[in-house]
Design a binder for this molecule. Structure first.
Ligand SMILES: Cc1ncc(COP(=O)(O)O)c(C=O)c1O
Length: 426
């Protein structure tokens, strides 16, 4: 019989766990407060990590919308979307209709998270389904072409395809390369996938030109707008031109985690295309949807950000401009594209993680992104300005980083290439 000791050695999880501990990755910061511009975690920490950057979930009226949704529809649903009478509420229906209307599409299907939306899309578009005779769909010939820096969930959802057979990629944001790849795939049913705003370096896709290429080759397009939804698009905001391209995408995916600041995801498209996804994605049919109060509060926030108080986003974006200017004036090496994602180039992975720990020890939560999220040796500190941050929070962070730069001389090597983004190991 194999001894417990031998079994443990065979799996070798202990030595992996030890190496993970040596990077300090076993110490997630646990909040004893709502997550916002600050968190309480033993002491008060100024938080530059939160993806719910508008901080709306801490507003009393948003909390009230959530509570009203909970009282009306309960805390949870009783099954998946197709569990008759239990899987969806009117709160979900109203939210899905609202998302579709905002996107100018016929229909939306929601999921418990954006990640599940992406994985469900990839599943539906690459497999066959037979509900009963005559109710069948076969997508087993579909070919995918992804921007190389696409999110982990998209690569994960397509892992079963053989690269070079049904799975291809194009250079990040490079229309000529997409054109080249699609030229070799003529006659096939192709889906092109890219993101609107990439979360590590904040780069924005040239959506008009990419969609032009898709249309020229007769390819479908799926744009992951998890990050930009409800922030970019209106004509007076940055990247308005890029966002006009999004209107022509076949499918658009959004996340309720970022601007909305809650949980959930959705995909919009034509009535028939979305009904196919609802039935076939698996992540809509075989797991529960968002919680009803989150769906109700999402509808409330969508109206807040588009009708009642759109200036929330305008004010936030002008704060982002000021924030970036302060970082640049302090000589800190930041990313080029001025979205709300601000990353500081560090390079070496251990240095970046040591910096994260040193920032935390001084009261600042600053996440370190490294391989496989970035390319090797191109680690960054990824900052997100929170709408609730004060000048004091920002000045304190800059002072801390400037101080730590004397100990860890990051971003000083001019030969170090700018960090590339992505979640795919390369
Ligand atoms: C581009 C992109 N797509 C999808 C996701 C996953 O979305 P969610 O957090 O709603 O699961 C993220 C999350 O960071 C993302 O940045």
């Amino acid at each position: 019989m194999t001894s417990p000791q031998l079994t443990q050695n065979k799996w070798d999880f202990s030595s992996f766990a030890q190496s993970v501990r040596s990077l300090g990755l076993d110490e997630p910061s646990i909040a004893d407060s709502p997550v916002g511009p600050t968190i309480v975690s033993r002491q008060e920490i100024t938080n530059f990590a939160a993806v719910n950057f508008l901080n709306l979930h801490n507003r009393p009226d948003v909390m009230q919308a959530f509570c009203t949704g909970a009282q009306r529809y309960g805390l949870a649903i009783g099954g998946s979307r197709f569990t008759a009478g239990q899987g969806l509420t009117y709160a979900h229906q109203e939210m899905e209709r609202g998302i579709a209307a905002l996107a100018g599409r016929q229909r939306a299907v929601s999921f418990a998270s954006g990640l599940l939306a992406n994985i469900g899309f990839c599943h539906a578009m690459t497999h066959s389904l037979s509900v009963t005779k005559g109710v069948e769909i076969d997508n087993t010939d579909v070919v995918f072409v992804l921007d190389r820096d696409s999110h982990w969930s998209l690569w994960k959802g397509l892992e079963h395809l053989t690269y070079g057979d049904r799975l291809f990629s194009f250079k990040h944001n490079n229309c000529a390369d997409l054109d080249r790849v699609l030229s070799d795939l003529s006659g096939k049913r192709v889906v092109v996938v890219f993101e609107s705003v990439y979360s590590v370096d904040g780069s924005v896709a040239p959506m008009n030109q990419l969609i032009d290429v898709c249309e020229r080759h007769g390819a479908m397009s799926y744009v992951d707008d998890a990050n930009g939804w409800l922030v970019y698009g209106p004509s007076h905001r940055p990247f308005a031109f890029e966002y006009t391209g999004l209107k022509r995408a076949t499918f658009v995916m959004v996340s309720m985690k970022k601007a909305v600041g809650l949980e959930g995801g959705a995909i919009v498209g034509s009535d028939d295309d979305i009904l196919m996804l609802e039935t076939h994605s698996g992540t809509a049919a075989f797991t529960a949807a968002m919680l009803p109060p989150a769906a109700a509060a999402t509808s409330y926030i969508m109206k807040l950000l588009t009708v009642d108080e759109p200036e929330i986003v305008d004010t936030y974006l002008s704060k982002v401009v000021d924030f970036r200017k302060k970082l640049i004036d302090a000589g800190l090496p930041i990313n080029d594209t001025p979205t709300f994602f601000t990353s500081i180039q560090v390079g070496d992975e251990r240095t970046s993680m040591a910096l994260r720990r040193a920032c935390f020890a001084r009261g600042y939560q600053v996440p370190s992104f490294s391989y496989p999220v970035t390319r090797r040796n191109q680690a960054v500190l990824r900052l997100i300005l929170n709408n609730g941050h004060t000048d004091e929070h920002i000045d304190g962070l800059i002072e801390t980083l400037t101080d730590l730069r004397r100990v860890y001389p990051f971003g000083t090597d001019p030969t170090t290439p700018a960090p590339a983004v992505g979640t795919r190991p390369r």
